[in-house]
Write a protein that binds this ligand. Sequence first.
Ligand code: ADP
Ligand code: MG
Length: 717
Amino acid sequence: MSGNESRVKAVYEITTAKPFETKMTEPLKKIWASDVFGLQQMEESLSKSAFKAIKKTVQNGAELDTAVADVVAAAMKDWAMSRGAKFFSHIFYPMTNATAEKHDGFVVTNSDGGAITEFTGSLLIKGEPDGSSFPNGSLRMTNAARGYTAWDPTSPAYIMHTANGAVLMIPSVFMSWTGEALDKKIPLLRSNAAMDKAARKVLSLMGETEIATLNSSCGAEQEYFLVDELFANTRPDLLLAGRTLFGASPAKGQQFDDHYFGAIPERVQVFMQDLEDKLYRLGIPAKTHHNEVAPGQFEIAPYFEAANVASDHQQLLMTLLKKTAKEHGFACLLHEKPFAGVNGSGKHVNWSVGNATQGNLLDPGCTPNENLNFLLFCGAVIRGVHKFGPLLRAAIASAANDHRLGANEAPPAILSVYLGSQLEKVFDDIKTGELHVPTTGGLMDLGLSQILKFERDPGDRNRTSPFAFTGNRFEFRAVGSSQSVSGPLVAMNTMLADSLEWIAEKLEAELAKDSDKAAAVFAVLQELMQLHGNVVFGGDGYSAEWHKAAVEERGLQNIPTTADALPAFKSPEVIELFAKTGVLTPVELASRFEVYAEQYVLSIEVEAKLVSEMATTIIYPAAINYLSSIASTGIKLDYSPAGAVAETASAMMASVEKLNTALESEHFESTEAHMSFLASTVRGLMDEVRASADKLETLVADDLWPLPKYREMLFIK
Ligand code: ADP
Ligand code: MG
């Protein structure tokens, strides 16, 4: 095919295709968690004593003895085989955002050469994938090649179906033989434990006697684009980089605001229902879905769950989004910025902490004591974001997310906290000492629960803040759509643990002075706000004034690129934070810097090579074709775009030359220097090539343009 034939064919096929054939979805009751080996299934298939033991492990992380593990393994195997599984796999989450698995059969042969099946407790508990196949940063030095996976009983096992079989999937951690964390799950579990430990101290000081295990919760709102596969497959950039490296803006973009919450196209609706059916079977509580701001952009938000389970479910959701989209003839783009000039995709991570006895500690509650607990935990978050803003920024840093942060559509690359005007006033008054121990009536006078119920009204939300309080939780909005939620959750739990430790120490000292509880809380929070109140900001986070004031007046950092952000992992404060809380050893932390930096370098290099190749082999030839077709007419034209096309094509190839030369540079004195070079020089040259190419798109005859255009990819569904 030449010229735009493949484009025309794709448009024809998409617009004349028969609707996707699908079954009616089944009743929720029938399918809910039907592919999950959860507590209910365990209760049905285990003895009373075995069930009691495993339940303790699942709910409180108690250790499991091997005899029980054997019994659970046998029950799990029977359950999985009755659903068609012949294989099992530990599923784990390497330091990249990927999900990894290694399948093993249940089958073993006996001495008669017959096939029997076996699944012991030790197979359930431990697996041995080849550690060297996964990035492990500097840990490579110490761990040779061996890596272990180990069952995480707190996240339920489940079945994944394919067209002709099924596999039992067992959520697992992944570590080196010396026990270092090689994954994203171990730090998450450890950060939860650190938060639990520190929170207990504060709650005990507040007079709570019964304190159940504290856990963080997460509800993640996932944005994504759907593009017809017939288009996506003809674009090397979408195939290999997940975003368009070229493409002129369409005449109509999102300026009419007619897509957000608009009617969902039928084909997309069918896809969503199919996806949700799959999610329900896996016990993933998909709750809302709607159109997003940009044409072709959508969102799905499951109901919140314990952070560890939510994180596993989030990975699974991304896998299923892609897989299901393909079945419906779509490509699902999880990239943070698939289309230049069009709204990008994020993942709002809603986060709270709580337990069974005190409830959600970020919910103000209805008694004076609950209000005080709430103020302390909320204050702890404020301090954490102020002290560790650069860490939070590093936790969401990627080449892809750099396109989005700081643009006029997504949170700025400055970490500040939005509280809402009324809660902000409460904290301001605490800071200035205007709010102190009420003489009568206790803290109910603050009416916090009233205030915050009011705040929950979505109309009152500040969408320009990267970190916003939304009534009973914080919402970290700067997270990228393709990222694992684990990194941000680890950073949030750990900074919270650190702040709660600080609060506990101060509170203990205040209480020792014999002051009453409320007075002690206000004294601690006053000091906290004087030190850290600068991070609270309720204005327009997109404005130029804020970018200036944040840095110049508030002393906050604006960290625009990943190259600037990742070194935070090497700062003494962050090393100390992770070591002190037991979440990551200095070696483990250093390996994360290495892995993330490597990912950044690789992704920009891949894109840059692709820019050079597509410009040279696809776009330049299209321009030349057009020029020769003009020349071949032999007609004397009053107006001919030939001059502009020739000039722009030459300019583009000159930029390609520069880009190629830049890509040949090597021998950087450090990883940081390499990243900075890519951020400052290579990215700029890629943009330069693109500017010419996009101009050519507006000059060259439409029927000779080889790549599907933005208007086609975004508007045809
Ligand atoms: P919006 O788009 O207005 O921010 P959504 O309803 O789309 O709100 O998403 C809110 C997300 O926050 C959901 O995943 C929801 O389950 C989650 N959420 C609600 N309460 C909590 C909480 N206490 N802790 C963590 N997540 C929560
Ligand atoms: Mg939200």
